[in-house]
Design a protein around this ligand. Structure first.
Ligand SMILES: *Cc1c(COP(=O)(O)O)cnc(C)c1O
Length: 437
């Protein structure tokens, strides 16, 4: 590979071998193993701002951002202060603490349709609970999801899922009995006719439609035209619950997520990633009329030993409060730098004679190695993943850390600078030379 300079991997290799002897694949989440891109996965020991360092002391400009949460960059000082401050007072009580209402107030201020919100510890729990709640509210069984969307790893949602499921090329997951997914309808994204047909076929039986309002988990794929508006109209007409899974897009594509960006009100919103400021937090919320069904007020059961954990609430509050106070500067800056970066890398591809389709909404984006347009799972899957893998490895060798899969979104943070962007484009020029192969 002509892309110099190369990185040292000796320590990471040693750490991987040790981890592999005890942890399946050496990882606690599948895509981290680099199965789709090859090469030695760096073991990360430190991060600051836009940069991370691995065990071999290689430095990378990071566009993974912990898969989305780190919109303020690594080890943001006021977030660290909040976490340390909370930790000094004890790490968990299993009783209510003041910070839970602080974060609830921040979530409600970002998402005006939310009157009540419940905190959990992951995005998976948030979507799983929101679906249980939608079924409790409508007393219906069927759920609609879209091919290539990922909503965490609950049984009923592991059908034609995106993210790692798509990366590994498996249709669903072993260990999920057919009976557990018999009420899950997986439809093509950006296809309203398919949704209309499902509601005709399963009249009065569909509890909810869950959607990533900007898909990040088959790579970045926005809704076309009035797709989301149509989903809102149909669900309203059919008295089904519309769930916007804003685990990735919340506080990312705008402070108030995709629903603010596109001015559409879902019935339920799920959150995660940024709302935890790098600690494990998820949340689901909506109008009191629905949320009052959640125990102890109502019959829909959902609980968590570490839910509303004080460290996690402190990190979430520090992050979201900062975003709220600085949103007028932060989101335009994210937009400007992301636009420069995505355009610069696309130009580098063009110069190298590589076919690329760049999709971007704000600071989430994907370079698909296909002519495009990429609007759904079928068109995303036409990407040349061999070329992506070569690009990924070339970027890594040139000091840029991207998500290790074609079917994931990359993120820029408020800690990234114009120099970071220029350095990344220069790395892309070198990496693209090796892509055509
Ligand atoms: C990451 C993600 C999830 C799952 O969140 P976890 O915290 O990984 O369980 C759910 N939905 C979307 C849209 C996500 O991006």
């Amino acid at each position: 590979m002509p892309s110099t300079p190369s990185r040292k991997t000796e320590q990471s290799r040693r750490l991987r071998e040790r981890a592999e002897s005890m942890i399946p694949g050496g990882v606690n989440s599948p895509v981290r193993a680099f199965g789709a891109v090859g090469g030695e996965p760096p073991f990360i020991v430190r991060g600051k701002g836009s940069r991370i360092w691995d065990a071999d002391e290689n430095e990378f400009i990071d566009y993974l951002g912990s898969w989305g949460p780190l919109i303020l960059g690594h080890a943001a000082e006021h977030v660290l202060d909040a976490i340390v401050g909370a930790a000094c007072n004890g790490t968990s009580f299993g009783a209510s603490t003041p910070a839970e209402a602080d974060l609830a107030e921040l979530a409600i201020s970002a998402f005006p349709h939310i009157q009540k919100v419940r905190f959990v510890s992951s995005g998976t729990e948030a979507t799983m609970s929101a679906i249980r709640l939608a079924r409790a509210y409508t007393k219906r069984k069927y759920i609609v999801k879209f091919e290539g969307c990922y909503h965490g790893h609950a049984d009923a949602l592991l059908v034609k899922a995106g993210s790692g499921v798509a990366t590994l090329g498996i249709p669903g997951s072993a260990g999920v009995p057919e009976e557990f997914i018999q009420f899950t309808l997986a439809l093509p994204f950006n296809n309203i006719t398919a949704v209309e047909h499902a509601f005709q076929r399963f009249k009065h039986q569909i509890a909810c439609v869950i959607v990533e309002p900007v898909v990040g988990n088959m790579g970045c794929v926005p809704g076309v035209d009035d797709y989301l508006v149509a989903l809102r109209m149909i669900t309203e007409r059919e008295k089904a619950v519309l769930i916007f899974d804003e685990v990735m897009t919340g506080f990312r594509v705008a402070f108030g997520g995709a629903q603010e960006l596109y001015n559409i009100r879902p019935d339920l919103t799920t959150m995660g990633k940024i709302i935890g400021g790098g600690l494990p937090v998820g949340a689901y919320g909506g109008p009191s009329e629905i949320m009052n069904l959640v125990a102890p007020l109502g019959p829909m059961y959902q609980a968590g030993t570490l839910s509303g954990n004080p460290l996690a609430m402190a990190a979430g509050c520090a992050t979201v409060k900062y975003l709220r106070e600085h949103k007028e500067e932060i989101y335009p800056k994210l937009e400007k730098l992301s636009e420069q970066l995505v355009r610069g890398v696309a130009a580098a591809a063009k110069d190298a004679g590589v076919t690329l389709c760049a999709n971007r909404v704000g600071s989430m984006f994907t370079w698909f190695f296909t002519a495009g347009p990429v609007t759904d799972w079928e068109s995303a899957a036409r990407s040349n993943t061999e070329q992506f893998a070569r690009f990924f490895r070339g970027m890594l060798d040139n000091g840029v850390y991207l998500p290790p899969s074609q079917y994931e979104a990359a993120f820029l943070s408020a800690a990234h600078s114009e120099e970071d962007v220029q350095e990344t484009i220069a790395a892309a020029k070198r990496a693209m030379a090796a892509v055509r192969g």
